[in-house]
Design a protein around this ligand. Sequence first.
Ligand code: PML
Ligand code: MG
Ligand code: MG
Ligand code: MG
Length: 245
Amino acid sequence: MNLFSLKMRASNSNTGYLSGAEKIVNKHELHTYTNALLHRALHHSKGAADEITMKVEPVQLSDIQRLEALPVKTVEVANHYEGIKEVKKLLLQLGLQQAEEIIEMLSSCSSMRGAILLDVDTMKRLEPDQERGIRATYMDANRSHFQEDLTKKNHFQEALVLATKVAHAPNVIGEICISDDPDYVTGYVASKEFGYVRITKLKQKGSHLGGRIFLYRHSESGVNETIAYLEKQKIVVDLGLSKRL
Ligand code: PML
Ligand code: MG
Ligand code: MG
Ligand code: MG
């Protein structure tokens, strides 16, 4: 089988990074998906792109690690204040007393392409390039069990794929995410410990605030191993949609 990694990145010279997306596809799907990602880059709620990069690379089937999606739970909240309280509770469950400080850091990642990699014991950021951050990449859902709607981004599905990869990275104990899309207010906290917890409101509609923090706890394998896994390991996630629907 001929497999390819397909990545799109859109930016605007005034406002910076706009959106990115990626797929792992068969050769015969390449045209269709390239079109779909290009369409997405050109019609983004954050604004118009004036630079779009598409990257196509061959992928070996034997290099792909398969993962089961994290179990999903949804917490309904009345507003984003309630939502942030839920985030705090989950961080405390991970043993992180400094929850507030961590949540405040989310407001500094809005224009980053990648995520913050935060050492939770020293509260130091570990990304070699702090403007860019760490980008979890080379991943997709196993689409053999469902038909994907190519015309629009499925925030939930793409985030579940990413969060599953991130939770399996060495030394990562959890992740927090608020979408940077102004009209998407659902966010999540994820970890191997409690799965993928969706929180229905984590910001006010219209807000450009958003980003991701990967929570890192040092062990004998160091940060280079964590970054290599997040940025290079090819992953296909089984969403187990049949179980969920
Ligand atoms: C993003 O915009 O890429 C983040 C999407 C978060 C999805 C949260 C959810 O719906 O579960
Ligand atoms: Mg881990
Ligand atoms: Mg986005
Ligand atoms: Mg972003």
